[in-house]
Write a protein of this length. Structure first.
Length: 277
């Protein structure tokens, strides 16, 4: 599975030699935060530049559009990741933000040996992993190359055309879904017909992922008899939606599609907006 507890990571470290630890963070100060404290040996991934390839207009693909395969391949190579690497990812948001996005991108590049640390940097520090400051360089340079994303994504038009045979999941906080306020994008509200399952509901009170059994019960109840291939998942900009896609895989439910542009694209294209709960 894609989610690792700290104890499972310790066990994996004994079994595997070719492990690359990646610290993935977003925001303008991401590198500064990384240099103030990261797990020893981790390499840095920047959500804004390594895991996205932004355009000048968020109406075209949202705030965090996917990079091209060649762009992402270049990042993986620079991070010392090869096609035989076991990649273990964490972030400073309990694994709920850029780590989940990198997990989805690696899986979509065809890289199966990729995992997210449940609880993120906080859990690793609490477990006694050495936290260091300063820069970090990979021990080797990889030679990674893939040609296309293989996990399913959907376009704004496909989301707009979704009928009652489909479920559109909005994973943002409920106040954003209801349209009470919108701290990032231009318009508050949600895609008409979308249901709200906040990504934070995938976590327990300590910020760790719920067990696979609990996640399976939760999502089977929510999705009922809908084929997972008819489930579209979105958030604000295609990042925390990956957290729910990771939770779905942990629950044994594969095949859901990521709407990369998410609310940041939808709300900039004169699409209908709903505010009811």
């Amino acid at each position: 599975m894609g989610i690792l507890s700290v104890d499972a990571f310790k066990a994996l470290s004994v079994q595997k030699d070719n492990i690359v630890i990646v610290d993935a963070r977003g925001g303008a100060d991401a590198l500064e935060r990384f240099e103030k404290g990261h797990v020893k040996g981790a390499v840095f991934a920047d959500l804004e530049t390594d895991l996205s390839q932004k355009s000048t207009d968020a109406a075209m693909g949202g705030r965090h559009p996917l990079p091209s395969p060649s762009h992402f391949s270049a990042f993986l190579s620079s991070a010392g990741i090869t096609d035989s690497s076991t990649v273990v990812i964490y972030d400073d948001k309990n694994g709920a933000n850029a780590a989940a996005r990198l997990w989805w991108m690696l899986k979509s590049a065809g890289h199966e040996e990729t995992h997210v640390i449940s609880g993120g940097l906080q859990a690793l520090a609490e477990a006694g992993f050495e936290i260091v400051t300063g820069k970090s360089e990979p021990s080797i340079r990889g030679n990674y190359n893939f040609e296309s994303w293989i996990l399913p994504t959907v376009t704004i038009d496909e989301v707009a055309a979704a009928d009652g045979d489909y479920i559109v999941i909005d994973v943002r906080e409920n106040y954003r879904y209801r349209g009470e306020s919108e701290p990032i994008d231009l318009i508050a509200g949600h895609i008409p017909g979308a249901i709200n399952i906040p990504y934070t509901s995938n976590l327990d009170e300590t910020g760790r992922f719920l067990s696979s059994e609990i996640l399976a019960r939760k999502y089977n109840q929510e999705l009922k008899d809908i084929d997972t291939k008819k489930v579209y998942v979105h958030c604000g900009s295609g990042v925390t939606a990956c957290h729910t896609l990771l939770a779905l895989e942990e629950a044994g439910l594969t095949g859901a599609s990521l709407y990369v542009g998410s609310w940041s694209e939808w709300s900039r294209n004169e699409k209908p907006v709903a505010t009811e709960n």
